[in-house]
Design a protein around this ligand. Structure first.
Ligand SMILES: Cc1cc2nc3c(=O)[nH]c(=O)nc-3n(C[C@H](O)[C@H](O)[C@H](O)COP(=O)(O)OP(=O)(O)OC[C@H]3O[C@@H](n4cnc5c(N)ncnc54)[C@H](O)[C@@H]3O)c2cc1C
Length: 269
């Protein structure tokens, strides 16, 4: 049962609170954590809020985007440099949830949530992780698949701005708002003379965490960017995914449609 909530005013104070409260969970927007409390399935007795720690805001400098982990998804919608992410943001939850849900929190929500994490994988993003003494930089896919040690905090995520028009996104869900993913596909595809010069694909809804579709990327790199080539490469996704059954779709269905949604995201047909 919850017994303490710390509301630190700086990163140093947040780490001090985590040391003082060893079973504490970090509280960001609370959209995933508060339902756990409401259902009484929590296994922690204290929370450390990130609300006043100063980890908000978007900075774009020299083609690199840096986002504070406590920045809400709604705040990203207002950022002109991130206009390419608008369709992806619109596909996450609903405006009400996006007003609270944070970028950092989206890295740690259980699948089939975590659409923004899939976008960050596609963008080649890294996370800055602080343990109170030192900070390390980790690839987003490592953070989402391995999690953090107790006492660690993601402070920022950063990624290079993709070439104009190179970011692709598609999400299959059961309804428009508040729909968890059946399959989410985020990708950056750059081409020259009809051939793929760079491809990076993040998938959601099809594994324990958002994953990189490394086999698809390998099959597409250097090849023609056309339907035949994309369709062939997308079939390789079965090597990258490990879907589960849930109320939204069966594992069998997810595996079956993942290549279709990859093709649709990449070439729009
Ligand atoms: C009705 C509904 C619909 C939803 N639909 C979608 C959807 O369509 N797509 C989607 O992707 N998500 C969806 N979500 C999930 C929502 O986007 C995530 O819950 C949200 O991004 C989590 O962020 P938060 O700030 O609320 O995290 P919290 O609930 O505060 O925390 C979630 C977890 O992340 C940890 N955490 C948070 N910040 C940090 C940090 N900086 N460093 C380390 N650990 C941290 C917390 O300790 C906790 O374990 C939905 C949620 C709801 C309630």
């Amino acid at each position: 049962m919850l017994q303490a909530i710390a509301t630190p005013g700086s990163l140093a104070e947040a780490h001090a609170a985590l040391s003082r409260l060893p079973d504490a969970r970090l509280l960001a927007g609370g959209t995933a954590l508060v339902p756990v409390l409401n259902y009484g399935t929590d296994d922690f007795t204290s929370l450390v809020s990130l609300r006043h720690v100063g980890l908000t805001g978007v900075n774009v400098k020299d083609g690199v985007v840096t986002i504070g982990a406590a920045t809400t998804l709604a705040e990203l919608e207002d950022e002109r440099a991130l206009a390419f992410l608008r369709a992806a943001l619109d596909a996450i939850a609903s405006p009400t949830i996006r007003n609270m849900a944070t970028v950092g929190g989206n890295l740690f929500v259980k699948q089939p949530y975590g659409d923004f994490a899939a976008c960050l994988i596609a963008l080649g993003a890294s996370a800055m992780v602080s343990n109170g003494t030192t900070a390390r930089v980790e690839a987003i896919e490592t953070v989402v698949s391995s999690g953090l040690k107790q006492g660690e905090i993601v402070t920022h995520v950063s990624f290079p701005l993709p070439e104009a028009g190179s970011f692709k996104f598609a999400k299959a869900g059961r309804k428009a708002l508040n729909a968890a993913a059946i399959v989410t596909v985020a990708a950056v595809v750059e081409t020259a003379a009809g051939r793929v010069t760079r491809v990076s694909i993040g998938l959601g809804g099809v594994a324990k965490s958002a994953v990189r579709a490394a086999s698809v990327e390998k099959a597409l790199s250097g090849n023609s960017f056309d339907r035949v080539s994309v369709e062939r490469a997308a079939k390789e996704a079965t090597r990258d995914i490990d879907p589960s059954d849930d109320a939204y779709a069966s594992a069998w269905y997810r595996a079956r449609v993942a290549p279709v949604h990859i093709r649709r995201a990449l070439i729009g047909e």
